[in-house]
Design a protein around this ligand. Structure first.
Ligand code: BGC
Length: 387
């Protein structure tokens, strides 16, 4: 049980993490009661939102959506992006704690690098919500809002198999037997999600590797070897270039598909493939490349028949969840979790809210992305998001 940061009063029962904002020094306070119900006092609520980078569009959307949702509740928001630099992010979180934020929402760069920041947050009774990426090795993570990350990997593997022609659009075997030559990529090893994506994908792919339907001609199949530090496009591109040189020159082996765990890496991989003269489209024999995030540049590539598929994670819904969880903490309640088993951060199982994901092939762009107003037709055609 923690002390209310601003009042020093002991919060009760389910309100263990609560901020008794109604007793917030009397200024603009509501009834002064201890239920902390949102009311006039909400303009005093300040939330720190730490996002990893602005170089990847999804995090800009996440940051802006979370900020807008919190501001709609009348909260003040300190939104920071850290340029994928760990010291920058730790400094930003330190400043938020010094500023006296009431709740922290953090999408970490390195999920293991925030232990001392989280200790300081706990000492100041600031609830911490891990956003999309689990923060590891700390007992001071109070809630986790994310997508079903294992399911993302499963969906990527199934999309790869469909792209290769092994499965049909209903996920049924087509009767084609392969063998198919594939290469595997994983995300950043310091991002807890990366192993969830990879394990989810391998839960589908491994049996087919074992029975010879799939072959990885480079022999590179373990997570450490195929991971991509800090999710960098250039790193994926140069690994793909090296693989093409080492394994696919001389015409002995033909590459049929690549498991790419995120659109940023898919772009690097596609640069390497087209740079080596493959394609330029799937119809011209470009290998099947998967993805994740439905980044606008990649949706254009899918629309143009270059990238095969992506996994859509509606960041609007994730932002909404983070806002709802924040409001619960502010109101003195525990946020509603729909998973209390999966996300063990090494110290504790963090109560989580998991959202569902959708696979997007070219024919899904209209119903899934345009009809839901995630993108406009113009954005899909130009490959650029309008502000
Ligand atoms: C996110 C992905 C994203 C990746 C790279 C992961 O933690 O879950 O959506 O593609 O980071 O930014």
């Amino acid at each position: 049980m923690r002390l209310s940061k601003k009042t020093g009063m002991v919060a009760a029962g389910a309100a263990a993490l609560a901020l008794t904002l109604t007793a917030c020094g009397g200024e603009g306070a509501g009834s002064g009661g201890s239920d902390g119900a949102a009311g006039d006092g909400d303009e005093n609520v300040q939330v720190g939102v730490a996002m990893p980078t602005q170089t990847y569009e999804r995090w800009i959307q996440d940051g802006n959506n979370v900020k807008a949702g919190l501001e709609d509740l009348g909260y003040t928001v300190d939104l920071q992006f850290a340029n994928d630099d760990i010291p920058t992010q730790t400094q930003q979180i330190d400043s938020m704690i010094t500023e006296g934020v009431d709740v922290l929402i953090i999408a970490s760069i390195d999920g293991t690098a925030l232990t001392s920041q989280l200790e300081a947050a706990a000492a100041a009774n600031i609830p911490v919500i891990a956003y999309d990426r689990l923060i590891r090795d700390s007992e001071n993570v109070d809630f986790y809002t994310t997508f079903d990350n294992f399911a993302v990997g499963v969906a990527q593997a199934n999309a790869l198999l469909r792209g290769l022609g092994y499965l049909d659009e209903n996920g049924e075997a087509t009767g084609e037997e392969g063998p198919y030559n594939i290469e595997l990529f994983a995300g950043s090893p310091d991002d807890n999600n990366a192993s969830f994506f990879f394990d989810g994908a391998m839960s589908i792919l491994q049996p087919l590797l074992d029975d010879g339907t799939l072959v990885v001609p480079s022999g590179q199949t373990d997570f450490d070897t195929v991971s991509t530090q800090r999710w960098e496009l250039e790193t994926a591109q140069s690994r793909m270039e090296d693989l093409l040189t080492s394994t696919y020159t001389g015409g002995d082996e033909e590459l049929n598909g690549v498991l790419a765990p995120a659109d940023v890496l898919s772009r690097g991989i596609l640069n390497a493939l087209t740079g080596a003269g493959m394609g330029p489209t799937l119809e011209d024999g470009l290998p099947v490349v998967t993805g994740q995030d439905a980044e606008i540049a990649n949706i254009k590539l899918i629309n143009d028949g270059v990238q095969s598929s992506t996994i859509f994670k509606d960041t609007r819904l994730l932002a909404e969840q983070a806002v709802t969880a924040t409001e619960s903490f502010v109101d003195g309640e525990e946020p509603e979790a729909n998973d209390t088993e999966t996300y063990d951060n090494g110290v504790k199982v963090v109560p989580s809210y998991l959202l569902e994901v959708e696979t997007v092939f070219a024919e899904d762009i209209q119903p899934v992305l345009i009809d839901s107003e995630y993108y406009t037709t113009e954005e899909v055609e130009s490959g650029q998001a309008a502000d």
